[in-house]
Design a protein around this ligand. Structure first.
Ligand code: PRP
Length: 216
């Protein structure tokens, strides 16, 4: 890499997605030793040789960093992309972090989804819930935003149903709830800033091609 090569910056959603992404990048020869130190409180990591920078952010903030160009590339769940509605190119389905966005509740609530009556829906994803009920089902609902442990909603009587992520289904089962309707499948996606895609086309295209080949 020449002195003038600019850094390509990656924003990774903290947690499991970031770890999986780093494993995948390592398989195509992109490493960041600095980042493996779990004790470190550093927020940004640099690979001088390959002119790459990485930072860890809260999942919902990843599309924001990418839209504004603070990161060229981001890795985040499709749920977050749908919820945040930021401008960026979605270039790859990375195939991991597979789960489903669903309407869940007690079996008795299934009936409430058949008629167009007003119901209460709790969710960490109010935009996804709104889009599904208003635009796809044409059902007027009262959406209540929660920040986690959404399954509590129907259990404590806050809402009739929830819109949430289901992976293994064990959280639902252990709380007497079930999937009532499926909204869409989810997985980790790679996104690219729209300007970076043009300015750094060659490097980014090469990276995408290498990952695609690795995934196939
Ligand atoms: C997610 C999701 C469900 C659970 C689904 O929650 O909101 O609660 O995982 O997984 P399962 O089908 O395998 O049980 P997360 O652990 O992210 O925590 P949160 O409830 O605080 O959002």
């Amino acid at each position: 890499m020449s002195e003038e090569t600019r850094y390509l910056t990656f924003a990774l959603g903290k947690g499991r997605l970031a770890n999986k992404t780093l494993e995948l990048l390592e398989e195509i020869g992109i490493t960041c030793e600095e980042m493996k130190d779990k004790e470190s409180r550093k927020l940004i990591f640099v690979n001088e040789e390959q002119k790459l920078k990485f930072f860890l952010a809260k999942g919902p903030d990843v599309p924001t960093y990418v839209e504004y160009g603070a990161a060229d590339i981001g890795v985040v769940g499709k749920d977050t992309l749908l919820e945040e509605q930021r401008r960026a190119y979605e270039v790859l389905d990375l195939g991991f972090g597979k789960c489903r966005m669903c309407v869940c509740g007690p079996q008795s609530a299934k009936e409430l989804l058949q008629h167009h009556e007003m119901i209460r829906v709790a969710s960490k994803y109010p935009n996804i819930a709104k889009d599904y009920f208003y635009n796809k089902k044409h059902q007027t609902v009262d959406i209540i935003k929660l920040n986690g442990s959404v399954e509590l909603g129907p259990i404590v009587g806050l809402s009739d149903v929830i819109v949430d992520i289901v992976e293994t289904g064990s959280t639902l089962r252990e709380n007497g709830l079930e999937v009532l309707e499926e909204i869409c499948p989810l997985s980790a996606r790679m996104i690219v800033n729209q300007v970076s895609m043009k300015m750094e086309a060659e490097r980014i295209r090469k990276l995408i091609a290498q990952i695609k080949e690795r995934l196939s």
